[in-house]
Every structure is written in structure tokens, then in C-alpha cells.
Design a protein around this ligand. Structure first.
Ligand code: SAH
Length: 365
């Protein structure tokens, strides 16, 4: 059994929090430990929120010492919390390289929701979204994606509760496909938080190859597609990636998507005053979605400095919704939560920060 003093330098220790159970088993075996220990460690990290090996009391002293010398449990560090008047809480988290991300807790009477990020920044540059202004800084690791849920559940005392997860924070999940799906598998693992895929919603701008891969996944989250426009030209202007994966291609992929019984695809549609909120837009939307089992979630724009669009007045939003409802589409208008703390959709942005040594050290714990 190697001595801790012979362990690896902290930055060279593999991150157990970025491993799924099978990888964790292999890592333990690689150091001569029995595979079944992996399940215990997984339970400590996810179900009990314990990341300090010393506190994993059902492991032998020797094993704990070996783990501490050769592995780490990378966990986002809470830097700051903002609570909205409506109860929404925005968490600013620091990562091991000093980058920052935001995650949001949205309380509700029936079920609480965690809104988590999949990238630092985003490459999609949708014209009305602040995160797009940052550009893509980097992908999050699977451990950083799942780690947001660990940290929020721990901070809020919800580790033993059922909650929803929406991948609607910073980033485009299908642009970080492998890490995102691996994080969902880790969160779903019965030895950890055991979050059912029925409680998870992946929201995408419509990266068609990603949608095609997702269609074949064994672990299938609910799907939300950010449509926002009803003609190719209009969508080109609002969502630049439409030039690569156009409206028609996305709708084709949606038609082919295996939708579970009693389930539907959600189409998100940000309403921009005088841009895509006319009755003609609503009628075109009805025609486009007519043959897809779906519901529409209208999101009146959350305005922000630096965004050159406006939120339509409520009567305009209602008129749009009524045209959809009149054509028997299921439609909802998204409540804007946490706008006073800039935690609402499209308002997540953090400037690239250079890490201080103290931050680095804290993030490595
Ligand atoms: N990249 C994913 C997740 C983004 S956030 C996607 O595009 O779906 C989730 C939703 O918030 C998306 O539908 C996004 O278009 C929307 N959104 C972005 N900026 C917004 C804003 N300023 N106001 C309202 N909704 C916005």
C-alpha cells in the first residue's frame, strides 16, 4: 500500500467526480483496491455530499490515505449567492481553473428546479442572449456539470428530495455532448442522487447531429428546442447557427425524434417586440409544428443592457398565445424568475476571471 507522502501532486490526481461508476471501479482496481469500494465512494460523494476522503468512515484508514494521495474530488466552490424577491437563488461558482459559472435554483410549490450550465460561455451567439456575448470559453467537464447539482442540493438541503434539472444555464448542451450525457448518467446512478431522466430537460438551439445522437441514447432526458423564429431568414438573423442547421432540418430531426408515450417535445420561443411576435408569426408557427407532438413555451424577452431587443407588452404575448391555443397547440408562457438578480433566461454572464492562487487551492479541495 503506497504511503500518502508518495502520492501525486494535487493537480495530477485524477478527478473522481468526473468518473462514472464503471470508471471509478477501474480506477480503484488500478490501485489494487476492490471494485465494490467504488459504490461506497460514489454514495459518499453524491448521496451524502462528502468529498473529503478522511470523512468516508466506512473505508479503511489505509484506503482513505491512498485515495487522498492519488485522487481528488473536483467540486465547484460557491463564491456568491443572490436571492431574488421571488425566491430564485443564483449561485456563482468557481472552477478549478478559476473560471466562473452560474447555476440557478428555482423553487416552486410542486417541484423545485435546478438550472445548470454545460459550458463557460457559449459559442451560439443568439442575438438576444447575454451568455452568447461571452463567446465560448471552454466546455465544462462531466464532473463540473454534475458538480453543480451536488453543490446546489447540498447548499439548499435538498439532497434527499426530488427535484427537476434543466440544462438551460450557460452554454449549449449538444455542443458539449459527451460530457453532458456522461453527467446525466452520473446523476442518474442509483448509488448517487438517482435523478430520473424524466426529471431532466435538455434545452438546445438545435444542433442537428447532436439531436440525431440523442435520439439513440439509452438515457433520454426531456427535450426542449429553442426555435424563436418561423422563417429561415428570420432565424438566421436571431440564431446564427441556423445557417448551419436550419429550421427545416431541425423540424425534420424533431419529427424523427423518438418521443416517449405521453411525452412531447417542447419548443421554446423567445418573444421579441416587433420582431417575431406578430399574428402572422403565430400562424406560421402553428403550420410549422402542426404534425409534431409538442408544446410551445413562450418566453417574453428578459431585457438586458447590451441586448438590442425589447420585451413585447403582455397583451401582445397573450394574443400570440391565443392564436396557438386556438389551433389546439398546448402553449405556456414562461414566468420570468429571478429577473431582479439577473438570474432569468439569457441573463447569465460572468466575465473571465484570472484565478488567484487562493481560489485555485480552494477549488482543488
Ligand atoms: N443553449 C440552450 C440553452 C439556453 S438557455 C438553448 O439554446 O436552448 C434556455 C432558453 O433561454 C433558450 O430558449 C434561450 O433561447 C432563452 N433565452 C436566451 N436569452 C434570453 C433572454 N434574454 N430572454 C428570454 N429568454 C432567453
Amino acid at each position: 500500500m503506497p504511503n500518502v507522502r508518495n502520492g501525486l501532486a494535487s493537480e495530477d490526481r485524477p478527478d473522481l467526480a468526473s468518473m462514472d461508476l464503471a470508471e471509478l471501479e477501474a480506477a480503484l482496481e488500478g490501485r489494487g483496491h476492490p471494485r465494490f469500494r467504488a459504490r461506497q465512494i460514489f454514495t459518499w460523494i453524491y448521496a451524502k455530499g462528502v468529498t473529503d476522503f478522511e470523512k468516508m468512515t466506512d473505508l479503511s484508514r489505509q484506503l482513505r490515505a491512498d485515495l487522498a494521495g492519488y485522487f481528488r474530488v473536483g467540486t465547484p466552490v460557491l463564491v456568491h449567492k443572490d436571492t431574488s424577491s421571488d425566491g430564485t437563488v443564483k449561485f456563482l461558482l468557481s472552477l478549478e481553473d478559476g473560471r466562473h459559472i452560474e447555476s440557478v435554483f428555482i423553487p416552486d410549490v410542486r417541484r423545485h428546479t435546478f438550472c445548470i450550465s454545460t459550458q463557460v460561455g457559449c459559442a451560439m451567439k443568439c442575438g438576444f442572449c447575454l451568455t452568447g456575448k461571452m463567446g465560448l470559453v471552454r466546455n465544462l467537464t462531466s464532473g463540473e456539470i454534475a458538480g453543480q447539482v451536488r453543490v446546489l442540493a447540498g447548499e439548499l438541503g435538498l439532497r434527499d428530495s426530488k427535484f427537476n434539472i434543466v440544462l438551460m444555464g450557460m452554454g449549449e448542451p449538444l455542443h458539449n455532448y459527451d460530457n453532458t450525457m456522461k453527467a446525466l448518467r452520473m446523476l442518474n446512478d442509483e448509488h448517487g442522487l438517482a435523478v430520473s431522466p424524466k426529471r431532466i430537460t435538455l434545452s438546445t438551439v438545435g444542433v442537428v447531429p447532436g439531436l440525431e445522437r440523442l435520439a439513440a441514447e439509452p438515457l433520454m432526458p426531456n427535450l426542449a428546442i429553442s426555435l424563436h423564429a418561423t422563417t429561415e431568414d428570420q432565424r438566421d438573423a436571431l440564431v446564427p447557427v441556423n445557417r448551419k442547421y436550419g429550421l427545416e432540418d431541425i423540424l425534420d430531426a424533431a419529427r424523427k425524434f423518438p418521443i416517449k408515450r405521453r411525452s412531447r417535445i417542447t419548443f421554446e420561443y423567445v418573444l421579441l417586440r416587433g420582431v417575431n411576435d406578430t399574428p402572422e408569426d403565430a400562424r406560421r408557427l402553428v403550420r410549422l409544428l402542426g404534425d409534431i407532438r409538442c408544446k410551445v413555451n413562450l418566453i417574453p424577452l428578459n431585457e438586458a443592457a447590451g441586448i438590442a431587443f425589447q420585451r413585447p407588452p403582455d397583451d401582445r404575448v397573450n394574443a400570440f398565445a391565443e392564436i396557438l391555443a386556438g389551433a389546439r397547440l398546448t402553449v405556456s408562457v414562461r414566468k420570468s424568475r429571478g429577473r431582479d438578480i439577473r438570474a432569468a433566461c439569457g441573463q447569465l454572464i460572468v466575465e473571465g476571471a484570472t484565478p488567484s492562487p487562493a481560489q485555485k487551492a480552494a477549488a482543488l479541495m
